[in-house]
Design a protein around this ligand. Structure first.
Ligand code: NAD
Ligand code: MG
Length: 297
């Protein structure tokens, strides 16, 4: 019986810190994490909410994007995932899981810091899926720097390119392909509202993602397309032990949430499914917080 099939205290549903020390190089692999993140592999159950839909998810190999990929497939969608070539091992697991649902899975390895790749990956997704009606722009770069002097121009540039420019390039390439009723979703962060001192560049991009998506939502509704933001709090993903946070913070990750633990990627999946589906037909330009109680204000 799944943990979710009976009523449980949400604080105790998933692992609590302290966690083992586990630094890994960026971009980090979900398969190397201890404890293993829950992306819904065993637990997520679909109910046909996205039957016949065609989704592109950036950063769909691991973490929050993987949870969305599994959920979208179990809800009946075909899924293309974009990721870095170093993440092929994680991506192959997702492709297998999507195919096990009888859905089409497309792998798109490449670096979204390159405009030409952003445009090419959208074209490949559209041609291999036979269309596109869900766009989840979720890939992100987070590398902490303790002091302003340590945040180099190169760092700043990479974070802006990955988190903001790629959003624009991918959305710009995708929107002309998206029919009436489609949904665009972006992944921001609680960092847009409560920025950490060690994440100057990252927090700036996350605030930018919120503003960009709200503005885009007002444009796209004129075409019958909705756009919304999900703003997660601490979630147990490879982003954190691969330079996203100091090792000490990773050990105690999520301890200061109201739940005394980080969220697991699967705990965000229902929000992505809702926003992607027609059930969200009056939801546009909104920010959905899944922060563990910190709020998005
Ligand atoms: P993750 O590391 O599993 O996913 C991030 C993905 O971004 C990577 O898997 C990678 O495929 C992709 N990516 C990064 N740089 C790329 C590049 N140059 N080219 C192509 N792909 C690239 O971590 P996650 O936590 O699931 O992150 C997903 C989103 O959630 C990110 O936007 C992140 O900022 C956001 N977020 C995470 C947390 C958290 O605590 N984990 C909190 C708030 C927001
Ligand atoms: Mg990854």
């Amino acid at each position: 019986m799944s943990k979710k099939s009976s009523l449980n205290d949400p604080r105790g549903l998933y692992p609590t810190p302290p966690f083992p020390d586990q630094p890994q190089p960026a971009p980090g692999l979900a398969r190397k994490m201890n404890p293993t993140p829950d992306h819904g592999e065993q637990s997520y159950r679909g109910s046909g909410k996205l039957t016949g839909r065609k989704a592109l998810i950036t950063g769909g190999d691991s973490g929050i994007g993987r949870a969305a990929a599994i959920a979208f497939a179990r809800e009946g969608a075909d899924v293309a995932i974009a990721y870095l070539p170093d993440e092929e091992a994680d991506a192959e697991e997702v492709i297998r899981l999507v195919e096990e649902e009888g859905r089409k899975a497309i792998g798109l390895p490449g670096d979204i810091k390159e405009e030409s790749w952003c445009r090419a990956l959208v074209e490949r997704a559209v041609s291999e899926l036979g269309g596109l009606d869900i766009l989840l722009v979720n890939a992100g770069r987070q590398q902490y720097r303790e002091k302003i002097e340590e945040l180099s121009t190169d760092d700043f540039d990479k974070t802006m390119k990955t988190n903001l420019y790629a959003l624009h390039w991918i959305a710009q390439a995708a929107v002309p392909h998206m029919p009436v009723g489609s949904s665009v979703i972006t992944t921001a962060s609680i960092q847009a509202y409560q920025p950490s001192p060690i994440l100057l560049d990252y927090a700036t991009t996350k605030a930018g993602i919120v503003a960009y998506t709200k503005a885009l939502a007002k444009q796209l509704i004129e075409r019958g397309i909705r756009a919304n933001v999900v703003a997660p709090g601490p979630v147990w993903t490879a982003l954190q032990p691969s330079g996203g946070q100091p090792d000490e913070k990773v050990k105690n990750f999520g301890k200061d949430s109201d739940f005394g633990r980080p969220g697991q990627p699967v705990e965000l999946a229902p929000v992505f499914v809702l926003l992607a589906s027609q059930e969200a037909s009056f939801i546009n330009g909104e920010v959905y917080g899944v922060t563990g109680g910190k709020g998005v204000a």
